[in-house]
Design a protein around this ligand. Structure first.
Ligand code: GDP
Length: 302
């Protein structure tokens, strides 16, 4: 699975790079690099990375290392790929050998948590895993219903709260116990994402994490933070807070299908040093792709 689809607007944005370098000559360098800077910024690569990339190209052009438009384009792609890969971050899920493995999905409401959980369960089930879902978003009434639909759609079992006002941590605890007793491979836990009572949300997430630890005698294997790709760089402070409180092991960036802000994939990795593990490129069951840096770079750059 090396081909990325769904980044069409980002690709459209970056398509201009082809033309920029096609007609490049040395005397034109500053103008061309200004335009490149502009394009990278509107695609949400972020100011830090944009400047790093552009200045390094400028040095290599004036230093005589890059002698043609083609060479500059290749160097640009390589520098983005380096940014994504040189931190040694593992983009594959790390599920270990303990059964059940536990994945907690966290993030603010509306970002695509429940949808991503559904898509992820489909993907893991297809790989042969026996999956149990835990409807841990007990705060938003519709969330359990929505997850039940996903359970049905993907043919997975689900544990939901039996009555109102049940704590998220107790639903998750119940699910992980069931997962252990009935030999499930993976328990996928949804969590709440209400923002207006932020403080208790974070406490609740810590409680959910502890509930898992108590049953399986260890931390969740993965705590995946779902971030709405259309919010671009605004997602960063939020991501930092989640990471400080629960320790995020990977990111799922959603809604990159319609967005021209695909560069935010690069800026969040650079800022947070947390790997992007999946990207969401649509609302369908197949629209979650494992993140592959090289395929991404080849998909978005001309
Ligand atoms: P939650 O509140 O974080 O659980 O968010 P939901 O899973 O309910 O998703 C919020 C909305 O975003 C829904 O309408 C989803 O269909 C939509 N959504 C989620 N992921 C994607 C994606 O990758 N692409 C698109 N286009 N829409 C998405």
């Amino acid at each position: 699975e090396k081909i990325f689809s769904g980044f069409s607007k980002t690709r459209d944005n970056l398509a201009v790079i082809d033309e920029l370098f096609l007609y490049w000559n040395l005397s034109d360098t500053d103008r061309v690099l200004d335009e490149l800077e502009e394009v990278l910024l509107v695609s949400d690569f972020g100011p830090r990375i944009t400047i790093k990339i552009v200045e390094s190209l400028r040095d290599d052009i004036y230093g005589g290392k890059l002698k043609s438009g083609g060479e500059i384009k290749a160097a640009l792609k390589k520098s983005v790929l380096d940014l994504l890969t040189n931190k040694g971050l593992k983009t594959e899920l790390q599920l270990g050998f303990r059964k059940p493995a536990v994945i907690m999905i966290v993030g603010v409401n509306g970002g695509g948590k429940t949808t991503s959980l559904g898509k992820l369960s489909n993907r893991l089930k297809k790989q042969g895993a026996k999956i149990l879902m835990a409807a841990g978003d007990t705060f938003r009434a519709a969330a359990s219903d929505q997850l039940e639909i996903w359970a049905e759609r993907t043919g997975c079992e689900i544990v939901v709260a039996e009555k109102e006002n049940v704590k998220a941590s107790s639903v998750i605890s119940q699910a992980v116990k069931k997962g252990k007793e009935q030999a499930y491979d993976i328990v996928l836990c949804d969590t709440s994402g209400r923002l207006h009572t932020n403080y208790s949300l974070m406490e609740e997430l810590v409680a959910c994490k502890k509930a898992v630890s108590k049953v399986v005698n260890g931390a969740p294997n993965e705590i995946l933070l779902v971030l709405d790709g259309t919010t671009g760089l605004n997602m960063l402070p939020q991501a930092r807070e989640f990471n400080e409180v629960v320790g995020v092991t990977g990111l799922i960036l959603t809604k990159l299908d319609g967005s021209a802000r695909g560069g935010c994939v690069v800026s969040v990795v650079d800022e947070l040093s947390i790997p992007v593990k999946f990207v969401g490129v649509g609302e369908g069951v197949e629209d979650l792709q494992p993140f592959d840096a090289e395929a991404f770079v080849n998909a978005v750059f001309p």
